[in-house]
Design a protein around this ligand. Structure first.
Ligand code: SF4
Length: 164
């Protein structure tokens, strides 16, 4: 009997802790109420697209729409990498609408042939580089290369950035 009470107590504490963590993450991500899927506490089940070799865990799915939270500034428009991420998530979940929520601005994104093709193109390039054990070309900018750990070895490093 004693063990049942102890186990029950531990279960209640764990449930309360995970509920608190989820509530804190939801608050941080501005999620209100219940959503049909969420991975804000890291417990979401991955969606897969075996044909493309994709496995994704969206931040949330609400009313048939993928929602991804980004902590950065969205005032200059959605970032290319974030759009590709949404494209991959839509290919794996089968959903056609998504929303990018930056700290200061939200963007609605509809799936399109253009976005699908870009995602497939990136996957094919990654496969090629893995199979040939070659590095893809970087997109050097002085700012990025100055902070990058690979400046000394990278053949693409912006030419006027010297390795420290
Ligand atoms: S040093 Fe190379 S890998 Fe690093 S940011 Fe520049 S281009 Fe990209």
């Amino acid at each position: 009997m004693y063990y049942i009470f102890v186990s029950l107590g531990v279960l209640i504490v764990l449930t309360a802790a995970s509920h608190y963590l989820l509530a804190a993450n939801k608050k941080k991500a501005l999620v209100k109420g219940w959503v049909s899927y969420q991975d804000l506490d890291g417990t979401g089940t991955p969606y897969t697209n075996k044909a493309l070799g994709l496995k994704v865990k969206p931040d949330a799915i609400d009313s048939g729409k993928v929602i991804e939270y980004k902590s950065g500034d969205g005032s200059r428009g959605p970032r290319e990498g974030d759009l590709l991420q949404l494209g991959g998530i839509m290919l794996a979940t089968g959903l056609e609408e998504a929303e990018l929520r930056y700290s200061n601005r939200n963007y609605q994104v509809k799936n399109s042939n253009d976005l699908r093709n870009k995602v497939v193109d990136v996957i094919q390039k990654m496969r090629y580089h893995l199979a040939t054990r070659t590095l893809p070309h970087g997109k050097p900018t002085p700012d990025k290369c100055k902070k990058c750990l690979f400046t000394a070895d990278c053949p693409d490093a912006a030419s006027h950035v010297s390795a420290g």
